[in-house]
Design a binder for this molecule. Structure first.
Ligand code: NAI
Length: 248
């Protein structure tokens, strides 16, 4: 028996990166996994196959998480295909960095829509299902910059702070229905998003991290698995930083 055997998880933006690592870890722990991404191309289909290789049900759905109507549609489809939705991970996210003075309205709107409104869309569509099931675990992917702010990322940091307050509010509204909601705040994680950084910037980052390394996608997936599972049945409304101790 895995930690998530018998549960169905829905992970947004999981064709690659952190979302994919979470989907794979959930599958390794026995969960059936539905995931979304903007397109399900060859690499998305490969992700689907990697998840299914754990002997669980797996399916990728093309859907824009920032779109309210598309989200309702995809959640209904997942419910029809899988029968239940017990775990929701709001992972889809983008960056469009820039200092405030140079930031365009389009940069601001895009990041808020993809990073924050998407979570509203999915929580709005999934919680009626979870309420009927009398339980569920919602995990919002925030970031350490959502706790501490970051120069040059006011749109991103605001969206991630929003993800934390959204999780705390849902935890308060839905606790009596058996629904838990928490946020994960990763620090510097080695993914496509951070691979673009020059080596000296990376080295500078690592010096500030007590554990002296960037995190792996598995480091994040492990905490997501804890929050998704009944191991965390008395944990709700929390933010867990996964940052090697960078921000205490
Ligand atoms: P990534 O760029 O590798 O993966 C993000 C996925 O989301 C991609 O597959 C992308 O196609 C998908 N996506 C983007 N917009 C979408 C939309 N509108 N609808 C559906 N899917 C969409 O990024 P990564 O690094 O895996 O990040 C995942 C989450 O973790 C994001 O929310 C990010 O903000 C957060 N995070 C990442 C950190 C890092 O160091 N990599 C640190 C802190 C937070």
């Amino acid at each position: 028996m895995g930690l998530l055997t018998g549960k169905t998880a829905l992970v947004t933006g999981a064709a690659r990166g952190i979302g994919k690592a979470i989907a794979l870890k959930f599958a390794a722990e026995g969960a059936n996994v539905a995931f979304t991404d903007l397109v399900i191309d060859e690499s998305g289909l490969a992700t689907e196959a990697e998840i299914a290789a754990y002997g669980v049900k797996a399916k990728g759905y093309a859907s824009n998480a920032a779109d309210f109507a598309q989200t309702e549609e995809v959640v209904n489809q997942v419910k029809a295909d899988f029968g239940s939705i017990d775990i929701l991970v709001n992972n889809a996210g983008i960056t469009k960095d820039g200092l405030m003075l140079r930031m365009t309205e389009a940069q601001w709107d895009a990041v808020i829509a993809v990073n924050l409104k998407s979570a509203f869309n999915f929580i709005h569509a999934c919680t009626p299902i979870m309420m009927r099931q009398k339980g569920g675990s919602i995990i919002n992917m925030a970031s350490v910059v959502g706790v501490h702010g970051n120069a040059g990322q006011c749109n991103y940091a605001a969206s991630k702070a929003g993800m934390i307050a959204l999780a705390k509010s849902i935890a308060q509204e839905m606790g009596a229905k058996g629904i838990r909601a928490n946020a994960i705040a990763p620090g510097f994680i080695e993914t496509a998003m951070t691979a673009a950084l020059p080596d000296d910037v990376r080295a500078e980052w690592c010096k500030k991290i007590p554990l002296r390394r960037g995190g792996t996608t598995e480091d994040v997936a492990n905490v997501a698995t804890f929050l998704a599972s009944d191991m965390s049945s008395y944990v709700t409304g929390q933010v867990i930083q996964i940052d090697g101790g960078m921000n205490m």
